[in-house]
Every structure is written in C-alpha cells, then in structure tokens.
Design a protein around this ligand. Structure first.
Ligand SMILES: C[S@@+](CC[C@H](N)C(=O)[O-])C[C@H]1O[C@@H](n2cnc3c(N)ncnc32)[C@H](O)[C@@H]1O
Length: 403
C-alpha cells in the first residue's frame, strides 16, 4: 500500500497542496434571499440554513473551509462534475438540444487543466469531510481512470471503496466502430480507512433471484435451499467440534452450530436428511427477502430521466440511495456541481442538511425551481460571484414562473 501511494499522476502545471490553498483568496458570500417552506416560518432548532451558492466550486469550497461549523463536519459529498467531454451543454427539453437553446455549461477537454481543476476541488472537499465521511465522484469513461489515480493521491488508496458501474441509458445505435457506451462510473472513497458511515443499503430480491437461490419448495409451498451443517475450520475445544448424533464434523471443519442448537433446528424441521442420512440446514427465502439483497457495484436501475429539466441531470433515486447509504438524517451533504439540484432535492426528501454550488446561472434557476417544489427546510441563496443583481433577477424570474 505504501509503495502504491508513491504513484502520482504527472502533468504540467500541477501545484503543491500548500500552493493550492494559497491560490484562492477567502471570498465572502452575499446572502440574496432566504426561502422558508410553507407559509409560516418554522421554528429552527439551530441556526443552520441549507445553502444554494452561485459561484465557482473551488473558491466556494475554499471559503467554506474557513467556517468551523462546516469544516470537518460534512458527512457526504456527491459530485457529478464536468466529465471532460469537450462539449457544450444546452438546456433543451430532451436529452438532445438545438443550437438555439440556452447554454447551461461548457465542459472541459481532457488535459492538464481539467485534471488540476478537479484536483483542487478534491483537496478542498477532502478537508471539509468529517472523519466518518465519504465522497462519491460520478464521472464518465473519458476521465475515470485519470480521476481514480488523482483520488488515490488526494484521499490515499487505502480509502478507495468502490468503482461503481452505473447503466445510464438504454442501448444506443452508435455509428462508431466500437461498442455502445451505456455506463458511467462512480468512484467511492472514505475519508478515513474503515471508519466511513455505512447504512448497508439493500435492494429487493427479484422473482428470478428467489427461484435461482431457493430452488426447493417444501410441503407448505415455501421456497428454500440447503447448506451443509458444517463449515471450514476446525474447533479445538469449543462445542462446535463435539460429536452430534454420534458424528464428528468432517476433518478440517466444524459444526455451524453447537450440537444442542442443531438438535433444536431438527425438531423445528429445519434440517433436511438425505436418503443416505446426510443432514443439511434449510434456509428459507422469506427470511432473506425481509433483509433484502446486498447492493453490488453494478447499478442497472438508475438510468437518467428521458425528459430532464437540465442537461446531464442525474437519477433522483440513485442520489437518494447514495445519501441514505452514507449519511444519517440531520447530517450535512455537499454537492459542488449541483446542476439542476438533484442532490438538494434528494437531501430534502431524506431529511439531510445540504450545501449545493454551481457557477451556471441557468443551473441555479433550474435548481431553485426544483428545490422549491420539494422544500421542507429553510435555505439561503448566496452569491459568490459579485454578480448579485444578475442573481436577484434570476430569482425574480423563477418566482414569477411559480406564481
Ligand atoms: C454534470 S452537471 C451536474 C448535473 C447534476 N448532477 C444534476 O443532476 O442536475 C455539472 C455541473 O457543474 C457545473 N460546473 C462546472 N464547472 C463548475 C465550477 N467551476 N464551479 C461550479 N460549478 C461548475 C456546471 O454548470 C453543471 O451545472
């Protein structure tokens, strides 16, 4: 591990971490408007306000690091930054858009400038995270492998948890001389090894899973499977090495349960005996179904919306799943590239506090509109660009449309 941590990505213009910090002056945020849910102002238990911040992610993150209520207290960061596609994204009504549509944002091309941009963001985000915190970086195939190495550098490879493959769309008929690309990636890291908050999300078993995993059916029509009564490893002195019904566990193995428990299981009809007298423990599907299936690192069920409010808008259920897996209600969730505000909406729906940042006014307008639809907690809109009047005008536009 130590030697692997010596591997670094080399490119022109890469600053030392101390230089990265020095590069960004500490800016002040200008509050533009507070938004309260419903008609009456709710009683706040603390002075916290969720924040939608119009500004460049790096300057905003650097400034947030000066706030001791935030630095080291962010539980979860989900970002879906520019993917280095070299494209212009416009706010069309569908996945496709025309040149007359409003520009939402212009992506970087893959190169040193992009990598250094992402590295500065990652350094600040790491320092904002709590010790139990974690970060999910959603990224396209163009930049995944570069970012994996950058994240190993910034977070330490010992904090790498998953490289999730997410199916983003239905199969496409590409005219390229290559396979269609229907997945992107989510790189998941903890701040501290093995300390990340983890709520072990589960998904329901499908009918197919149940039939495959529990192929037998008992006299009551209940699905089950069987496993050996013994497991690898010898018990020297414990009960699971003692004889049961005159038998010892096979060499190199031990009983899964002490003999008296096996006896009880047999009384309950939970042991199946073969014709040759070999016992196996019965495992019923219903016990497993209650718990749900452990989520794996290939995500098939979170495709992006076909009619997005914003280009590259991500699947709301996916972001809710991430938030519920890696934070608790009341925790702070941050997204420094919030686009249409999917993370803020997911945080509202799951009772988390949130901080969302975007430098596109188009994004801020869409996010504002969506958050107001789902809002349950007060939030403040802050300007970090010095363009307060443009932001105020944008707010008026959104509120006018709402009226
Ligand atoms: C892929 S989109 C995010 C989409 C979002 N996840 C959603 O569900 O709508 C990336 C966003 O990053 C924003 N962005 C790009 N560079 C930025 C920067 N330096 N600071 C803040 N936001 C930036 C863009 O304006 C764009 O809205």
């Amino acid at each position: 591990m130590k030697r692997i941590n010596e591997i670094k990505l080399c490119y022109p213009g890469k600053l030392e971490e101390s230089e990265v910090y020095a590069r960004y002056p500490i800016i002040k945020f200008v509050p533009v408007k507070e938004f309260y849910p419903g008609k009456s102002r709710p009683l706040m238990l603390d002075s916290w306000r969720n924040m939608l911040i119009f500004g460049d992610s790096r300057s905003v993150l650097r400034a947030l690091l000066e706030d001791n209520t935030i630095k080291g207290n962010v539980s979860l960061i989900y970002i879906d930054p520019p993917f280095a596609t070299g494209s212009i994204f416009r706010k069309g009504k569908t996945i496709s858009s025309s040149e007359s549509d409003e520009i939402a944002y212009i992506d970087y091309s893959l190169g040193p400038e992009y990598l250094e941009f992402m590295r500065h963001n990652l350094i600040f985000m790491r320092d904002l995270l709590s010790e139990e915190g974690s970060i999910y970086v959603h990224i396209g195939i163009q930049a995944t492998h570069y970012l994996k190495i950058l994240m190993d550098e910034v977070f330490g490879i010992e904090n790498f948890l998953n490289d999730i493959a997410r199916v983003k769309s239905n199969p496409k008929n590409f005219h390229r001389r290559a396979y269609g690309n229907i997945h992107d990636r989510i790189l998941f890291y903890s701040k501290t090894p093995r300390k990340n908050l983890w709520n072990d999300p589960r998904e329901p078993y499908t009918e197919e899973d149940i039939k495959r995993l529990f192929p037998k059916v008992d006299e009551n029509g209940k699905r089950y499977t069987t496993v050996p009564v013994h497991a690898p490893g010898e018990t020297k002195n414990g009960d699971t090495g003692k004889p049961w019904r005159g038998m010892l566990p096979p060499k190199g193995r031990h009983w899964r349960y002490p003999p008296e428990v096996l006896e009880e299981l047999d009384k309950q009809g939970k042991i199946e005996w073969s014709k040759n007298g070999v016992p196996r423990i019965k495992i019923y599907a219903e016990e497993y179904m209650k718990k749900g299936k452990k989520m794996q690192d290939i995500w098939l069920n979170f495709k992006d919306p076909p009619y997005p409010d914003y280009p590259t808008q991500k699947n709301l259920e996916m972001v809710k799943t991430i938030i519920e897996a890696s934070s608790n209600p009341g925790d702070i969730v941050l997204d420094a590239f919030c686009g249409s505000g999917t993370t803020a909406v997911a945080a509202e729906l799951t009772g988390r506090k949130w901080i969302c940042i975007d430098k596109s006014l188009t994004a801020i307008k869409v996010a504002l509109k969506r958050i107001l639809e789902f809002q349950r907690q007060p939030f403040v809109l802050l300007d970090a660009t010095g363009e307060v009047s443009r932001l105020k005008q944008a707010v008026e536009e959104v509120l006018k449309q709402k009226r």
